[in-house]
Ligand binder design. Structure first.
Ligand code: GDP
Length: 328
């Protein structure tokens, strides 16, 4: 059962004390943001957490399926823990509906870290969330931030547009490639060169790793990166399944973070997340308002007029919006 709004402060306090159960419950509430009463609770939760966030660094990992994202994430958790850092892992699967059973899956996914009190692992489904992934993911990140995570690793399970959305939420983005997948060329086409802060050529034990690294370096030489001059995305080779190269990968991630802070850009990721979230919430609210009026006969009547040629769809949309404003 979902807790009442007044229980949220207590839940948030327990999450801050490091209770994995409280963290899991709060993220479930975030997932549930589109349900009846869900947005009320999401609002109250955001208010309860607001004074306790602002510390965690978000690292996004993206790349084609099978490249080794899960393996690398797990290895990075090991490296960060060895460093004494508290870690959150958010595996986002935008294609799935809400999953009450996510916790069990989480324990299986990262067996060796599942019982470490310094690690919070959570998978998250966002389909059906009010405002979608761009609203849900920052909310979940806020929960993990408030729970005292130094670093949150965000890994996408699905493929496609959602990958880019998730990546836009990170402070540092790691793009993973592997030899023999033709990824170097694909990467250039898909525009990942622009979003990568660090490249990771995983499966370096496989033939073709050198060629993949070379290809990347050539492609980068021809691209002007968004973060401007000064930061050039390094290419790190890893064998995640053997834990090799993970320290170097971590060092590259930390170096990017340090560079951003040094150049007065430390809060860029946080601002980007906030912007995406505000916009997603406002759009979802507007959509709900429109739906409220269009649930009545208004939309049907307008549709009839447009279909009959008596009204153009733009004028009809204006009327629908006016009706929503009048009612709101
Ligand atoms: P994901 O789909 O990107 O999350 O990829 P996974 O982490 O599930 O890895 C896919 C497969 O690649 C698994 O069977 C891993 O054991 C394997 N794998 C991961 N890292 C390496 C590596 O460095 N070398 C080799 N040879 N295999 C690896």
């Amino acid at each position: 059962m979902s807790p009442a709004v007044h229980d949220l402060d207590d839940l948030a306090a327990r999450a801050r004390d490091g209770s994995p159960r409280a963290v899991a419950q709060l993220i479930s509430l975030v997932e549930d943001g589109g349900s009846a009463g869900g947005s009320e609770r999401a609002r109250a939760l955001a208010a309860a957490l607001a004074p306790h966030v602002g510390h965690a660094v978000v690292v996004g990992l993206t790349g084609p399926p099978g490249v080794g994202k899960s393996t690398t994430t797990s290895a990075l958790v090991g490296g960060l823990r060895a460093d004494g850092r508290r870690v959150g892992v958010l595996a986002v699967d935008p294609s799935s509906p809400f999953t009450g059973g996510a916790l069990l899956g989480d324990r299986v996914r990262m067996g060796e870290h599942a019982t470490d009190p310094g690690v919070f692992i959570r998978s998250m489904a966002t389909r059906g969330h009010l405002g979608g992934l761009t609203a849900a993911a920052p909310q979940a990140l806020r929960v993990l931030d408030a729970a005292g995570c130094d670093v949150v690793l965000v890994e996408t399970v699905g493929v496609g547009q959602s990958e880019v959305e998730v990546v836009a939420l990170a402070d540092t983005t790691v793009v993973l490639l592997a030899p023999g997948m033709g990824d170097g060329v694909q990467a250039a086409k898909a525009g990942v060169l622009e979003i990568a802060d660090v490249f990771c050529v995983n499966k370096a034990d496989r033939e073709g790793a050198d060629a993949t690294v070379r290809e990347l370096q050539n492609a980068m030489a021809m691209t002007r990166r968004e973060s401007g001059p000064g930061w050039r995305a390094p290419v790190v080779r890893t064998m995640a399944s053997r834990g090799e190269g993970i320290d170097e990968l971590l060092a590259a991630i930390d170096a990017h973070r340090a560079w951003m802070v040094e150049h007065g850009r430390g809060d860029e990721g946080r601002r980007r997340r906030a912007r995406a979230e505000i916009e997603a919430i406002a759009l979802a609210d507007l959509r709900a308002q429109l739906r409220a009026v269009s649930g009545s006969v208004a939309l049907d009547a307008l549709a009839g007029e447009v279909a009959g040629g008596g009204l153009d769809p733009f004028a009809a949309a204006d009327r629908l919006r006016e009706a929503a404003v009048d009612e709101g």
